[in-house]
Design a protein around this ligand. Sequence first.
Ligand code: VGL
Ligand code: ZN
Length: 214
Amino acid sequence: MKSNPTAADRRALLLVDLQNDFVAGGSLAVPGGNDVIEIANQLMTVFDLVVATQDWHPADHQSFASRHPHLSIGDNFTLGGLPQTAWPDHCVQGTHGSQLVAELHRDRISHVVRKGTDPSIDSYSGFFDNGHRHATGLADFLRSANVQHLFVMGLATDYCVRFTVLDAIQLGFQVTLIKDGCRGVEMKTGDIERAIDEMQSAGAELLSSDQLLH
Ligand code: VGL
Ligand code: ZN
């Protein structure tokens, strides 16, 4: 029954953190972040399943530099026993900054997974918190939809895209990274390139969006 739509060969587009705080004017604006919104809108037309992640922090999230009087934005510290970067307040639940970018064709997104809700640990990946202690439900959702191949794009290349892709590969999904659909923070020069190399070495295939649009 090769034509059975439930056959385990389904592809899905995964949009990572396309939220106001990560684009121009946002508190953690990723350089060029706005440029990927149009790419997402175009790609959504060639996928029948589109899933998005949404960074969704409580106001007292401990990754915020503002919660630690001795820390500045960009400092490294330890949170929940893990290395952590101190971020500006961002994607606080219910704020404008936490909303998906308005230009995004929201009606084509079937499912949104929220992450980063536990104030005591960060969650870059769409699948687990940074300590792999709790799952978000994304893997279960994708498996029940029989998704085998994930096409990933979004923000930021060197944080949430990177962790999401590495977890997806570890979970057994085939992963294609849509390189022009990603932008990074580049806290240190070379972070974006290192992240892409790491994802590729782990088994992600690299593609540009025009290879999927015809
Ligand atoms: C992200 C830093 C903190 C991201 C989220 O979406 O890449 N980066 N929270
Ligand atoms: Zn965050």
